[in-house]
Design a protein around this ligand. Sequence first.
Ligand SMILES: Cc1cc2nc3c(=O)[nH]c(=O)nc-3n(C[C@H](O)[C@H](O)[C@H](O)COP(=O)(O)O)c2cc1C
Length: 197
Amino acid sequence: MSATDLPQRLQEANANDQFRRRWSPRSMTAAPLAQSDLEQLFEAARWSPSCFNSQPWRFVYAHRDTPVWETMLANLMDVNRAWAKNAGALIAVISRSTYSHNDADAPMHAFDTGSAWMSLALQAQHQGLVTHAMRGFMLADMEAALAVRAPYSIQAMIAVGHQGAAEQLSEPLREREQPSPRLSIAEIAFAGRMPEE
Ligand SMILES: Cc1cc2nc3c(=O)[nH]c(=O)nc-3n(C[C@H](O)[C@H](O)[C@H](O)COP(=O)(O)O)c2cc1C
C-alpha cells in the first residue's frame, strides 16, 4: 500500500489523484538533480496566474555540494538542516511586493507566488521527485546571503530531491514520516456564507 493510501489520506470526492498523492517527505537520497530537472520545475511555475499578470515569483536555487548550497544549508534551522542536507537542490521562493509596471503595492503578491510554488511542487511529483517547503530558516541572513532586497522577500525555502526510505531518518523524524490528514470538505467549503465559529 502506498503511503498516500493511508486512512488519513483518502479522497472524499473524485479529484485528480496528483493532489492527494503529493506530500512532503523529509527522507531524501542525496542524489543530485540535473539542471534540466530544475528548469522543468521553473517552467511549470512560470505559467501560474497572477494579479495583472505581474508574475511576482522569483527563484534562487543551488544544486547540492556547491558553495551557495552550503550557504543555504547553513541558514536553515537545525531541525530542517538535519534532513534537507540530503536534498538534490534547495530553492528560495521569492516574491515581489510591488508591481513592476508602477511600483505600487501589490497586495496579492504572496497569493500569486504561492500558486507558483504549488505548480512547481506538482511538476516535481510528475518528474518522480519530492518537494518539502520550509519556513524554518534565518530570514534576514538568508536574504542577505542570496542578495534578496526589497521589494523582494523570501517566502519559503524548498528542498527538492529523490525520496529516500523513512528508516534513514533518526527519531523523532522517522515516526513523523507519513502523509498528514486534512480538514474535510464540509469544514472548508460552504454554500453561500461562512458558518459561525
Ligand atoms: C510555507 C510552508 C512552510 C513550511 N515550513 C516547514 C518547515 O520549516 N519544516 C518542515 O519540516 N516542514 C515545513 N512545512 C511542511 C508542512 O508542515 C507540510 O506541508 C504540512 O504539514 C502538510 O503536509 P504535506 O505537505 O506532507 O501534505 C512547510 C510548508 C509550507 C507550505
